[in-house]
Design a protein around this ligand. Structure first.
Ligand SMILES: Cc1cc2nc3c(=O)[nH]c(=O)nc-3n(C[C@H](O)[C@H](O)[C@H](O)COP(=O)(O)OP(=O)(O)OC[C@H]3O[C@@H](n4cnc5c(N)ncnc54)[C@H](O)[C@@H]3O)c2cc1C
Length: 486
């Protein structure tokens, strides 16, 4: 059985961030990254559907420490290359073990150690590791399979039903009639990428979504590059500019939601033909930002709709039929292929079975410490990024925090840290992990009962506000009584 001071689960954008920071900031610590898949990348390795790309800009989705030098919105393969460079440049390869799926983690208070059981996915061999500190970078959804609702009559449909998360290599869309169910970022990405091959693509949505269309270029970056400014500076400037813009949109969404709503809808309307029914298809019923706003680079989705290669239907599914989908309105859509861009299944902590001193851990019984740790669970920290801002902005902040915590423990000469409510927290109001009035995508509302709770105090909640957290987290007092050291 091998032992490491820190064991990182997952080699996605968060796990690689964690490994980089450990090497930089906690140089004496031994660590390993265990990853179930055959390579690094997580989300960007799993998703292979046509057109897979980011929906936030890479100056903020990229790491703070590694300049992004391409167009702001990046393809999946560009993100993988970028991550590959980070691994290469920082000699992280020797620390990563692929094809290791972890299925259980048990904490022993006698030894102050986690013992992890893993299976090597190529040989089926079981192996064990011990670690003093478990750093969960497992993402938030199940990689093996996406979420597909159970519609009536699905078994009758004679064509293929495909979820974008498990895109088959042999799927031929040439000349086919395709229905994409859903209108989130995945649909907005996929439709422009396939519209030219298919006979026609219909985006079928139950209700409209907000989009933000902008050119996939950055004039300031181009100008600075012309001036031969170092890439580190360009990255930082582009990052700050993007953050300023995102902050303005976030503030508007709370302070002047009607104004923002009008702006976003007008932006879309301007990219569609004059007589297009924007009211039915692009006027969402919720407040902007209650779900992530998908960025549409160069308005490509709207170009395909304007050209007639793609169309939008806003209706409900009554049932699947042999040849397509029957809608509640009575209309029927014909299809050869139906793509269910209907989201994810939330995965709590990588579907690993956790025990603490023999007792099964149910995160729903715990309260989150700053959206990173859980009451009653020692020496465990997860990276859960932002939904509204780029995920990696929070991953970077959490990495800095974790290294500060590990170094603090070293200075104190302790080996155990457990979040615990203080006497003054006894009366605080316990709330669901996230306020559904504030942010309510399906994968979260479906799984809220699995998530830890929060309170209204900043120490005991998962903030979605990068602009306050960027100042709060680096200064967070490690000795304010929320963390018990032993
Ligand atoms: C199509 C798509 C596009 C997105 N675009 C954006 C975007 O533009 N901007 C943004 O901010 N966010 C975006 N997101 C959200 C995105 O998932 C995160 O931003 C980010 O990639 C998550 O990285 P991660 O490393 O935390 O998790 P993941 O990418 O999910 O990686 C987790 C890794 O952990 C491994 N793992 C999990 N459980 C185990 C286990 N038990 N044992 C071993 N290994 C395990 C997995 O195999 C995986 O490789 C997007 C998501 C999707 C699906």
């Amino acid at each position: 059985m091998e032992h490491f001071d820190v064991l990182i689960v997952g080699a996605g954008i968060s796990g690689v961030d964690a490994a980089y920071h450990l090497k930089e900031k906690c140089s004496g610590k031994t660590f390993v990254v265990l990853e179930a898949l055959e390579s690094f990348g997580g989300t960007w390795l799993t998703h292979r559907y046509p057109g897979i790309r980011s929906d936030s800009d890479l100056h903020t989705f990229g790491y703070g420490f590694k300049p992004w030098t391409d167009a702001p919105i990046a393809s999946g393969s560009q993100i993988l290359s970028y991550m590959g460079e980070v691994i290469e440049e920082n000699d992280l390869h020797p620390h990563i073990r692929y094809r290791h799926r972890i299925h259980s983690a048990s904490w022993s208070g006698d030894e102050n150690l986690w013992t992890l059981e893993a299976t090597k996915t190529d040989t089926g061999e079981r192996c064990q590791f011990t670690t003093s500190f478990l750093w969960m970078c497992q993402g938030y959804y199940r990689h093996a399979e996406g979420y597909t609702p159970d519609w009536s009559g699905m078994e009758q449909f004679t064509g293929r039903i495909v979820h974008p998360q498990t895109w088959p290599d042999d799927l031929d869309l040439d000349g086919k009639n395709v229905i994409v169910i859903g209108s989130g970022a995945t649909a907005a990405t996929l439709i422009p990428a396939i519209a030219n091959i298919c006979a026609h693509v219909t985006m079928l949505q139950r209700s409209p979504t907000y989009f933000f269309a902008r050119p996939n270029s950055n004039e300031v970056v181009d100008m600075l590059r012309d001036l031969e400014i170092p890439e580190e500076w360009i990255h930082e400037i582009a990052r700050r500019k993007s953050l300023k813009e995102q902050e303005a949109i976030t503030r508007l969404s709370f302070e002047e939601p009607e104004f923002l709503q009008t702006e976003l809808i007008t932006m879309v309307s301007d990219l569609l033909p004059p007589d297009y029914d924007v009211e039915t298809h692009f006027t969402p019923r919720y407040r902007p930002w209650r779900q992530r706003i998908a960025l549409v680079p160069d308005g490509d989705l709207f170009a395909e709709i304007s050209s007639g290669k793609a169309s939008v239907v806003t209706d409900e599914i009554e049932s699947f039929t042999k040849g397509g989908i029957l809608l509640t309105s009575g209309a029927e859509l014909a299809a050869d292929v139906i793509i269910t861009a209907t989201g994810f299944n939330l995965s709590m902590l990588g579907d690993i079975h956790f025990t603490v001193d023999g007792e099964t851990v149910d995160l729903a019984d715990s309260i989150t410490y700053r959206g990173m740790m859980f009451t009653g669970v020692p020496n465990l920290l997860w990276i859960f990024g932002y939904f509204r801002a780029s995920w990696t902005l929070r991953a970077d902040l959490v990495c800095e925090f974790t290294c500060r915590l590990l170094n603090h423990m070293e200075t104190l000469g302790v080996t155990k840290v457990t979040p615990q409510l203080r006497p003054e927290d006894a009366e605080m109001q316990i709330l669901p992990w996230i306020d559904p009035e504030n942010f309510n995508p399906g994968y979260l509302t479906r799984s809220m009962h699995l998530l830890p709770s929060r309170s209204d105090k900043p120490e005991w909640q998962h903030s979605q506000d990068y602009w306050s957290e960027k100042d709060i987290l680096p200064m967070a007092d490690l000795d304010d009584g929320c963390l018990i050291y032993e």
